[in-house]
Ligand binder design. Structure first.
Ligand code: HAM
Length: 413
């Protein structure tokens, strides 16, 4: 029979890792909640056109990496490769422009990209995503960057490097892309085949190239940051001033290329030196044209997403096992019902309780109590005994009711 395995590029998340993920999401929710970000969710699959229009036809994500399928009615659907397009679609669909602006939301969940799996890169991965829609105030850009840095700090991802740039508006970008394309055309013979083949589609990719000839050409290439409008330069200046005020270190990187087409103005990416080739912990930026592109009113937006698997990789260290506080041992099988009732009662009293559920011998049960870190074991035999696992003292209880108090007494402060 064929051995069944999780599909390539996917992960089974076992305990205690799954608990750690929940803790991480809890930390993110706490940090974001304090700044007014509310949880929000959108479907895991969407109309394929949403991503084609939102993320951009020329991106690697849309061209190569989407899990696209037809439903039974022949509609083309795609497993979401990212969150921003879905949030913007929902913002339009539910008339969220009528709410007080900005609308600040965050989410956590699975995303899908058909990439070659490697350390830190999966086909199903988890993102925490935060977005602020409906305002172009530069303090939102700075706030979001600082919140992400705070999440990294609380999770313990270690040192991160923040790269920052501004892409300006679509108009200045288009002019710049034309200038860059001309520049590259004039030096075509020195470029890699790859870059040359996609020159008209996405000349910016040339900044990413490893090819020596291309790199030499790019050293002389015009930079977008020198071509953005005075308004955009001013906006960027305000974002930077706020980051400076907050003491946030960053590197200006005018060649910062993000793999999604919707960005305008601020873009940023956090990297960790603890990660290998897939060093990006999280990134994002402003997308002031996206909602309009998707059929809504012109509405600015800014946000980021961070990879949960990568954050956990960078943070290292296994979490300590949860301490089950009380174990209920069963000497005779007919005590199983009492054990069941007692476990419920102790849990209702606020204790963490496990009882014997695998038919172990008495010796095996006491070993199990140790293994789960119980401080007290209730032994249900002819009578009821409560054993303090720390001191080894064993006392008799008059009734099941008594047990709750006795266990409470044995509770470590
Ligand atoms: P992104 O840079 O494509 O941005 O992804 C954000 C983060 O998701 C990455 O930095 C990385 O940590 C994680 N990630 C992406 N792909 C994978 C993968 N195949 N395996 C593991 N982790 C991965 C976005 O998705 C934008 N929607 C961010 C954004 C929100 N911009 C504005 N708002």
């Amino acid at each position: 029979m064929k051995k069944l395995q999780a599909p390539r590029g996917t992960l089974d998340v076992l305990p205690p890792d799954a608990r750690r993920r929940l803790e991480l999401v809890g930390i993110a929710g706490d940090v974001l909640g304090r700044a007014g970000y509310e949880p929000m969710d959108t479907p895991v699959f969407e109309d394929t056109e949403l991503f084609a229009r939102g993320v951009g036809e020329s991106t690697d994500i849309v061209q190569k990496e989407m899990f696209t399928f037809e439903d039974k009615a022949g509609r083309s659907l795609t497993l979401r490769p990212e969150q921003t397009a879905g949030i913007c679609r929902a913002y339009i669909e539910h008339g969220m422009h009528k709410l007080p602006q900005p609308v600040k939301v965050w989410s956590a969940g699975p995303f899908f990209r058909h990439e070659a799996p490697q350390a830190g890169r999966f086909r199903q991965f988890t993102q925490i995503d935060a977005e602020a829609l409906g305002s172009d105030d530069p303090s939102l850009d700075a706030e979001l960057i600082l919140l992400l840095a705070q999440i990294f700090q609380r999770i313990g991802t270690g040192p991160t490097r923040l790269r920052l740039s501004s892409l300006g508006t679509p108009a200045t970008r288009a002019d710049y892309l034309e200038e860059l394309t001309h520049f590259l055309r004039a030096r075509e013979d020195q470029l890699s085949d790859d870059v040359r083949a996609r020159l008209d589609q996405n000349p910016l990719r040339a900044f990413d190239a490893d090819h020596a000839g291309t790199r030499a050409v790019m050293k002389e290439a015009p930079l977008l940051i020198d071509r953005i409008s005075a308004d955009d330069a001013d906006h960027f200046g305000q974002v930077r001033a706020l980051l400076d005020t907050a003491g946030m270190d960053y590197e200006l990187d005018p060649t910062l290329v993000r793999g999604l087409d919707y960005y305008t103005r601020t873009v940023f990416e956090f990297e960790s030196e603890r990660l290998g080739a897939q060093a990006a912990l999280g990134g994002g930026g402003r997308y002031d044209g996206l909602i309009e592109e998707l059929g809504g009113q012109p509405t600015p937006g800014v946000g980021w997403a961070a990879g949960v698997e990568r954050m956990l990789l960078a943070a290292g260290d296994e979490p300590p096992a949860p301490r089950a506080r009380v174990f209920i041992a069963i000497v005779k099988p007919d005590a199983a019902r009492d054990a069941f009732v007692l476990a419920r009662r102790l849990r209702e009293a606020g204790l963490r309780v496990e009882s014997e559920q695998a038919g172990r011998s008495m010796k095996g049960q006491l070993k199990q109590a140790d293994r789960i870190g119980a401080f007290a074991t209730v032994i249900l035999g002819d009578g009821i005994e409560v054993k303090d696992m720390e001191t080894g003292d064993q006392r008799e209880a008059a009734s099941l009711d008594d047990v709750v108090d006795m266990v409470r007494e044995a509770t470590p402060a």
